[in-house]
Design a protein around this ligand. Structure first.
Ligand code: RP5
Length: 166
């Protein structure tokens, strides 16, 4: 199947967190490709990936980076495809640097910024699925089932805590 999501991370050191994005996309059976490119260290490679993504019918690009995390913003500057940005905790500033770099885009070039780290990696995948699901009723149903499953888990947790208190 042709990939619908392109995941670009700033370094291979980001992979342990970004595996969470891949895991969720696998769960929903949404095809993706995942690679490394840096806005600063390999600007030409980043641009080529974005332009190829447009040619190859990618629906959503996920960019993840730590430190002075310009990657998602630079990706967004080169395309009108939706871009989701994941700030990563890979510096002494513990992701605050990446969060502000990614979330504070100037008006006109949005990056849909998710939370820092693994929770963000997970949400980026879910948001990408939600975007793609607009054209795919089967995927919409899967998302609704996923929400119901989460709600059931919360009920079960509440039940377990209530039992402990008795
Ligand atoms: C960022 O710098 C990367 O996204 C990574 O989070 C951080 C450190 O990269 P490495 O020095 O480990 O390659 O560009």
């Amino acid at each position: 199947m042709k990939p619908k999501v392109l995941i670009i991370m700033g370094s291979d050191s980001d992979l342990p967190v970004m595996e969470e994005t891949a895991r969720i996309l696998d769960e929903f059976a949404v095809p993706y490709t995942m690679t490394v490119a840096s806005a600063h260290r390999t600007p030409a490679r980043t641009l080529k990936l974005v332009k190829d993504a447009e040619k190859n019918g990618i629906d959503v690009i996920i960019g993840a980076a730590g430190m002075a995390a310009h990657l998602p913003g630079v990706i967004a500057s080169h395309t009108v495809l939706p871009v989701i940005g994941i700030p990563l905790d890979s510096s002494p500033l513990r992701g605050m640097d990446a969060l502000l770099s990614i979330v504070q885009m100037p008006p006109g070039i949005p990056v849909a910024t998710v939370s820092v780290g693994k929770a963000g990696a997970r949400n980026a995948a879910i948001l990408a699925v939600q975007i793609i699901a607009r054209q795919d009723p089967k995927l919409t149903k899967q998302l609704q089932d996923f929400r119901r499953m989460m709600a059931r888990e919360v009920e079960e947790k509440a039940g377990r805590i209530a039992k402990k208190k008795c």
